[in-house]
Ligand binder design. Structure first.
Ligand code: LLP
Length: 430
């Protein structure tokens, strides 16, 4: 009974309390903090691989060919990309920098889709030279620019048009992308026109239609709405002579942060693939671009309590991680569970868990019932996605270290950034 293993979040066994002690796989959180310091992002290799496998098993079980492209933006650390490359995954990128990371980690450029609303000519050139499989084009100007860059490079750019289906994904407005008021994609009518134009552009070849309606989406229903509009468009384009090889459904499947119960990859994909088959498109390739659901619940942010202070209004736990390290709470009012590395008996107080940054937006959690003493180590769960990638140097704070746990082994995959590294490339005036 004493050493009972209890996952911190249901269904996510790799981060668990064993008795009162928090472990990531078989490694004790407080040992990691002692060895690597805090704040530190810690990832479970087994959790990343299990999440990736749940997608590849769903893909293998499907009658339709499914191409798996991990959305690098969710967590672009080389070791994470390396794990996915080794599992045979391709990648969804949104910048030249992400492409360079994928290549540095051993990824295959031939399995890279290049998304994003503002690709520069330099980035297009880099991607053409690397030989990416597809550019997801989002505007007439981008299509023309890509044709020019491809011409200068003597290459043919393979293109999917990103359509904005105008569906409500039911998620936070900052991470909803499929409404007509969002900057992403082109309307179905515009996409149909662009498809006709590609026939007159020598250096681009239209091969697909892409769609991504948002992130942290907890139901397959908005995807089905979007898919119907996408398939209507594919039918229309093919009547006009286009040949659409692939349909890219984007990413966006939610994870459990607190009490969400999102579909599994299998439950998410099955109705979409069934609809694709029912409408006679089962012989096309379906591309998916999951990010958060691969890495989100594989990571925690370890942070140490510096001071406890109580004002007439509130109890605050001031910790050594701030909004510069994990911006999701400040930016989206995101709720992530916070657990102690070593649970204590006693009377819980409701704490706002705040960082050292000089802003009142600098909070990691609010009103959390915890039994705390100064010096206690805490873990912010579900921090594997959009954590380290969104970290900044605000207040000249070095970004956290990153550690990958594999069984009972912990590997430092990125050292903590020092102040000297932050300003190393700056110059004083003469
Ligand atoms: N494909 C495209 C074109 C995307 O824009 C995104 C995410 C994805 C795939 C991956 O979506 P995912 O499976 O990770 O939901 N920083 C925000 C999330 C921004 C998502 C942006 N696009 C957050 O912390 O919630």
């Amino acid at each position: 009974m004493k050493n009972l293993t209890v996952p911190c979040l249901p269904g996510h066994p790799h981060v668990a309390h064993v008795g009162s002690t928090l472990k990531i796989e078989h490694v004790t959180a407080s040992d990691l903090a002692d060895e690597f310091g805090t704040p530190t992002y810690v990832y479970s290799r087994a959790a990343i691989e299990a999440a990736a496998r749940s997608y590849s098993e769903a893909a293998q079980a499907s009658p339709v060919r499914v191409a798996l492209r991990y959305a690098v933006k969710a967590n672009s650390s080389l070791a994470v990309l390396q794990l996915l490359a080794r599992l045979g995954w391709g990648f969804d990128i949104v910048s030249g920098g992400e492409l360079k990371r994928v290549l540095a980690a051993g990824g295959d450029a031939g399995k890279v889709v290049f998304s994003g609303v503002g690709k520069t000519a330099d980035e297009m050139r880099l991607a053409l030279d690397a030989g990416v499989e597809c550019f997801n084009v989002e505007s007439p100007g981008e299509l023309a620019a890509l044709n020019r860059v491809a011409q200068a490079a003597g290459k043919i750019a393979r293109v999917a048009l990103r359509v904005n289906p105008d569906v409500d994904a039911g998620t936070h407005p900052y991470i909803s992308t499929g409404l007509k008021t969002n900057k992403f994609g082109v309307s179905p009518d515009q996409a149909a026109q662009l498809a006709l134009q590609t026939a007159h552009l020598d250096q681009v070849q239209l091969i697909g239609i892409a769609c991504h309606i948002g992130s942290q989406i907890t139901s397959a229903l908005p995807y089905l709405d979007a898919l119907d509009k996408v398939l209507d468009l594919v039918e229309h384009m093919e009547r006009k002579g286009a040949k659409i090889e692939h349909i890219d459904l984007g990413g966006g499947l939610a994870i459990r942060y607190t009490d969400e119960t999102p579909p599994t990859p299998q439950e998410w994909l099955a109705p979409l693939l069934a609809r694709i088959c029912a409408r006679g498109f089962g012989h096309r390739t379906v591309v998916i671009e999951p990010g958060r659901s691969i890495v989100g619940n594989a990571g925690v942010l370890l942070t140490r309590t510096l001071y406890l202070k109580s004002t007439p209004a509130k109890h605050f736990a001031v910790v050594d991680a701030g909004m510069n390290d994990l911006i999701r709470p400040a930016l989206y009012s995101a709720e992530q569970v916070v657990v102690p590395a070593e649970s204590r008996a006693g009377n819980a107080l409701k704490y706002d868990i705040v960082g050292p940054v000089c802003e009142s937006a600098d909070w990691l959690a609010r009103g959390r019932a915890l039994v705390l003493e100064e010096g206690d180590l805490l873990a912010v769960l579900s921090s594997g996605a959009y954590g380290m990638v969104m970290a900044s140097n605000y207040n000249s704070r070095g970004r956290p270290a990153e550690v990958m746990v594999d069984g009972d082994t912990a590997t430092l995959i990125r050292p903590r950034e020092t102040a000297e590294q932050i300003y190393a490339s700056e110059r004083l005036l003469p």
